[in-house]
Design a protein around this ligand. Structure first.
Ligand SMILES: [Zn+2]
Length: 103
């Protein structure tokens, strides 16, 4: 499933997530849990491809980066090792915890 393209004027609407990365940005619907799961998957994909990315969802912004030196890093909440980390407030989280936290 491809991300739906929205015009800029719709980006402030509730239920829309914005993923930005070097050289571009993409808007995706985030109305329900399923949408949000796709958003987080896409955000992780963008971070892998570009090294880092920013995800704005529900008026929160989190920066996403790949583990430095290629070694997995531990999630601050569940201690699971992850190759792509989501920085939310002061915590570095795995995708699962970031998704839970951003809801
Ligand atoms: Zn976690």
């Amino acid at each position: 499933m491809n991300p739906v393209e929205y015009t800029a004027s719709n980006s402030r609407m509730h239920g829309v997530a914005r993923i930005s990365f070097e050289g571009g940005a993409r808007l995706m619907p985030a109305r329900n849990r399923y949408d949000q799961e796709l958003v987080f998957e896409e955000a992780e994909f963008c971070a892998r491809r570009h090294g880092k990315a920013t995800l704005e969802l529900n008026r929160r912004a989190m920066s996403i980066h790949t583990a430095s030196s290629g070694l997995p890093e531990a999630c601050a909440k569940c201690a699971r090792l992850a190759n792509v980390l989501f920085a939310l407030d002061d915590d570095i989280l795995c995708r699962r915890c970031a998704r839970k936290f951003a809801r």
